[in-house]
Write a protein that binds this ligand. Structure first.
Ligand SMILES: Nc1nc(=O)c2c([nH]1)NC[C@@H]1CN(c3ccc(C(=O)N[C@@H](CCC(=O)O)C(=O)O)cc3)C=[N+]21
Length: 280
């Protein structure tokens, strides 16, 4: 299951919406806030930049060194908040450990929160109410499954990983679609059994090789959300051992070229919606 056709279908719907806003004198604009040079952040930034070009979004990049102070970061977030030509903000996470991530997230104007980093938006996801936007990556997982007509109602879905960025919210969103969700993590006793028994496995652990050959079964649809830098191979890889799992399972997403490309399309969709709401 490649991401490109899903992203293309989404993008095609977005272009006329951007044109309509531009005709009203508003160019929907995304601010990217990046601290440091993490490979997964840089990958997202490359993808988002290409997507912004395709869709016709404005893009403003705010880059700080990994050793920056909390004050410098807060200053940037404030600048994003105050600038009325910016409609949405994506701040890459995790931030370096020296920074207070929760305080930085809380400082963003909720109206510009296109990736669900503020508490109100998160509440919306957990309460299944349309407040703000869900995380782009979590929504991308659902867009991808819908595009490829993978049934969710009553399906057994195993989510591997419990982060606030992806594992927890995607679990809530799958549950809202009436899936029976099993959340697995580092202390799960039998990850292999939880995966082998599932109709859908969402791998979002953030570690290379979390889902290996032993987890694969013929009925499984595997969505690999991981973006890891493989030092040995010198390339980006997911959480799933693709070569070992792919021959066994019903379907699987590649990395790169899977969820990531859909994520950038969802991000563009959110920025446009944020701009539409601000125009009124
Ligand atoms: N607040 C926050 N939310 C995130 O969702 C988040 C984050 N921080 N930090 C970094 C990771 C990583 N991530 C990616 C998303 C898309 C691509 C993407 O578009 N990938 C292209 C390839 C782009 C390239 O590498 O040239 C693809 O898979 O085809 C990559 C990585 C989201 N993350």
């Amino acid at each position: 299951m490649k991401g490109a056709p899903v992203a293309k279908a989404l993008t095609e719907r977005l272009v006329p919406q951007v044109e309509a806003l531009v005709a009203q004198g508003v160019r929907p604009t995304l601010a990217i806030v990046r601290v440091g040079e993490r490979e997964d952040d840089l990958s997202y930034e490359r993808g988002a930049t290409k997507r912004a070009d395709k869709v016709g979004l404005g893009l403003r990049k705010f880059v700080l060194p990994a050793e920056c102070s909390q004050e410098q970061l807060m200053h940037v977030i404030n600048e994003v908040n105050e600038d009325s030509s910016i409609h949405g903000c994506l701040m890459f996470r995790p931030l370096p450990k020296t920074l207070d991530e929760a305080a930085a997230c809380a400082a963003l104007d909720p109206a510009k929160d296109v990736d669900c980093i503020t508490t109100g938006s998160l509440y919306g996801v957990f309460a299944n109410r349309p407040l703000g936007f869900p995380p782009c990556t979590a929504e991308a997982v659902l867009e991808l499954l819908d595009y490829y007509k993978v049934p969710l109602d009553g399906a057994k879905v195993t989510v591997v990983g419990r982060s606030l960025v992806i594992g927890k919210p995607v679990s809530m969103m799958l549950q809202a679609r009436n899936a029976t969700v099993t959340m697995c993590h580092t202390h799960t006793r039998d990850l292999v059994a939880a995966c082998k028994d599932a109709d859908v496995v969402v791998a979002a652990a953030g570690h290379i090789g979390t889902v290996g050959a032993a987890c694969a079964a013929p009925q499984e649809v595997v969505v690999d959300v991981g973006i890891n830098w493989d030092e040995k191979a010198g390339k980006l890889v997911g959480d799933v051992d693709y070569d070992a799992v792919e021959p066994v399972v019903r379907a699987i997403t590649p990395v790169p070229g899977g969820v990531g490309s859909v994520t950038t399309a969802v991000l563009a969709k959110h920025v446009i919606e944020a701009a539409q709401r601000m125009v009124g």
